[in-house]
Design a protein around this ligand. Structure first.
Ligand code: AMP
Length: 191
């Protein structure tokens, strides 16, 4: 994988473990020679991922809409900052530039971004791996909810299992690298 798109919080979160994990992720991706694509801010976990990667000599591409460049404080040190007009364009460019997606803790923006690429994978619109790093059990309730969706027959087990989940990046990266999107059947039934 040449580049990974990282989705994560514009906030730092309540525990220092989140910031530390984000910084370490940036550094680890750089150490693996994998470039980072992200939302371009220098705030919260987003800034920490970029800082970690840049400090380790990594390549960092930010994609930020004009209207957020001031609010989210576009990172001054990024290798490249792509400015776009809309949130949709941002997500489109980020998805286009990367070979896989990495999800760290975050808020509704992070979830929206993750579920969009997860949905696109289910629809077969892309075949890139989606890795979720479950830092400090942050995503446990969400993973339980996904299992409830499977139990309630709104989500197929094979689709649920396409989301790669680990607590350590070093365990997640090889799973992402070897990911092959399964040939999926339909995701609905007639009821
Ligand atoms: P959050 O997880 O809520 O802290 O948001 C993380 C990042 O997602 C921030 O850079 C937000 O600007 C971005 N974001 C939130 N909603 C969207 C959206 N609909 N499209 C693109 N980016 C978004």
């Amino acid at each position: 994988m040449k580049r990974i798109c990282v989705y994560c919080g514009a906030n730092a979160g309540s525990s220092p473990a989140y910031l530390e994990a984000a910084k370490n992720c940036g550094a680890a991706l750089a150490a693996h020679g994998i470039g980072v694509v992200y939302g371009g801010g220098n705030i919260g976990l987003m800034g920490a991922v970029a800082d970690g990667a840049l400090a380790a000599g990594g390549d960092v591409i930010g994609v930020i809409p004009h209207h957020l460049a001031d609010k989210e404080l576009a990172h001054e040190g990024a290798s490249q900052m792509i400015r776009v007009d809309t949130m949709h364009e941002r997500k489109h460019r980020m998805a286009e530039l990367c070979d896989g997606f990495l999800i760290l803790p975050g808020g509704i923006g992070t979830l929206e971004e993750m579920f969009e690429v997860f949905t696109w994978l289910q629809l077969g619109l892309h075949h890139k791996p989606i890795g979720l790093l479950n830092v400090a059990a942050f995503y446990d309730p969400l993973l339980t909810f996904l299992d409830s969706m499977v139990a309630a027959a709104f989500l197929r087990r094979e689709h649920r299992d396409m989301l790669l989940v680990e607590t350590e990046l070093e365990a997640l990266l090889p799973r992402m690298t070897s990911f092959e999107a399964p040939v999926l059947g339909k995701w609905w039934d007639k009821g």
